[in-house]
Design a binder for this molecule. Structure first.
Ligand SMILES: C[S@@+](CC[C@H](N)C(=O)[O-])C[C@H]1O[C@@H](n2cnc3c(N)ncnc32)[C@H](O)[C@@H]1O
Length: 427
């Protein structure tokens, strides 16, 4: 591989080194003017959601709970939220923002005992079970090499998803059971078809690009059909359907920190956010290396090959005209792009270090795009009579619309079975 000259990290490459990123506060306020507009757009049209229904939500591979955030953006009353997540920091983040949830640390240990505890709390109270999940894609994505696919150590965890859907029908025979599964578009057609067969569902291809300034082509398998609406159309493919959604676009100043700019006249989108893994050497056959510019390769090496090389091209980096510097989006910017409120991921940590910021970026590289999932869930709400009409597709971008702490407003309906985190936690 071509090795760049040793250069001044900031001024020649334009990449702000991690040490400097640490001294620069990650958090910043978003542009309130534009957010106000979004709030007005979305709130004026969000249809009333029935508060009569009670949903049990089981979020498998919950990460930082984009599903939970989406339900909140839609104001869906949640009776019990079961968060199944292995990662400690992810669980801390969820506990911080959503006290009262029921934790299960490992999907492989989600057994009869766990079902019985859930059933004790919910039976006779709930009318719906929704199982959501984005199973690990490490052995599925083209960004990683290897022929293992759904048999890979991580990706084979997918098989717990149809198992849990099947078991939900046994433990809650009298209520509607629904599911939504997300995974990468870049899997092989064989893996895609295996998942479709296991769930008896034909997937939707939906890209976050229609909702935000960032690519995120993902497949969604749902147990419900979409409600026809003029805001989207469908392009049929052999074994999946692609959705094109018309969403009111927002200005870059909503997410870009003051003093920084998205390169002018640039119709480009940010590449899909991915996990950040620092390495001494790049992976074998890194995606995009053959097309990469000299400058991008140089920055990539200085940043420990931590993301794909195409993230370091001038045209997709933020630019500071005064300092003449370029950088990647920071954690707060990524949070806003993915539909989370600023500082959401930092909720999982006690103090901010370079390693923590990498972990926050990885969470954001793993998570669902909140506005996309919000929109998909809005079809579920209509189908099952929680709402009479679809929410506007901008609803999931309704940043800062939720009073904090969110959980005080969001109703874990405290009726006959109050739920305490400590009591429910499975250690
Ligand atoms: C693709 S991410 C899903 C992210 C999530 N949808 C969100 O909103 O952040 C997959 C998640 O599965 C978790 N995971 C991996 N193995 C697991 C296991 N055995 N049990 C539960 N979760 C697991 C990972 O820690 C990771 O957070």
């Amino acid at each position: 591989m071509h090795r760049p000259l040793v250069v001044d990290r900031v001024y020649l490459t334009g990449l702000t080194p991690l040490g400097e990123q640490k001294s620069e506060p990650e958090a910043h306020s978003v542009n309130h003017g534009l957010t106000e507009i979004y709030r007005a757009v979305a709130q004026s049209k969000i249809p009333a959601i029935s508060k009569q229904k009670r949903a049990l939500i089981i979020s498998v591979f919950d990460g930082i709970g984009a599903l939970r955030v989406a339900l909140n953006r839609l104001q869906v009353p949640v009776y019990l939220y079961v968060s199944v997540e292995l990662d400690k920091a992810g669980r801390r983040c969820m506990r911080r923002w959503w006290p009262g949830l029921f934790e299960c640390t490992d999907v492989e240990k989600f057994d009869e005992g766990v079902w019985k505890q859930i059933k004790d709390r919910c039976v006779g109270v709930i009318d719906t079970v929704l199982i959501g999940g984005g199973s690990p894609c490490q052995n599925l994505s083209v960004l990683n090499t290897g022929p293992k696919h759904l048999k890979g150590d991580r990706s084979k965890l997918f098989w717990h998803f149809p198992r849990l859907v099947k078991e939900a029908k046994i433990y809650f025979p009298d209520v509607e059971i629904h599911f939504v599964l997300e995974n990468v578009m870049s899997m092989t057609p064989t893996s895609r078809r295996m998942i479709s067969a296991a769930l008896s569902s034909r997937p939707w291809l939906l890209d976050g690009r229609w909702f935000t300034h960032c690519r995120r082509p993902r497949l969604f398998w749902t147990s419900w059909p979409l409600q026809p609406h003029e805001c989207f159309h469908i392009i049929a493919h052999e074994d999946y359907d692609e959705l094109v959604v018309r969403v009111q676009t927002f200005d870059h100043s909503v997410w870009v920190k003051e003093g920084w700019q998205w390169p002018a006249d640039n119709a480009e989108l940010l590449p899909t956010l991915t996990r950040v893994v620092r390495r001494k050497h790049p992976l074998k056959d890194p995606a995009g290396l053959a097309q990469a510019s000299f400058g991008a390769i140089e920055r990539w090496e200085l940043d420990d090959f931590s993301r794909q090389v195409y993230n370091y091209e001038d045209r997709v980096m933020l630019f500071n005209p005064l300092a003449g510097a370029r950088r990647l989006p920071n954690v707060t910017e990524c949070e806003i792009l993915m539909g989370f409120d600023a500082n959401y991921t930092l909720g999982g940590f006690k103090k901010i270090t370079g390693r923590v910021l990498d972990e926050c970026r990885s969470f954001l590289g793993n998570t669902f795009c909140v506005p996309v999932v919000t929109w998909i869930l809005s079809h579920w709400l209509v189908r099952f009579k929680y709402a009479e009409e679809l929410c506007p597709p901008e609803t999931g971008l309704n940043l800062l619309s939720l009073p904090k702490p969110w959980s005080e407003q969001d109703l874990f309906c405290k009726r006959s079975h109050p739920v305490s985190t400590r009591e429910c936690q499975l250690v």
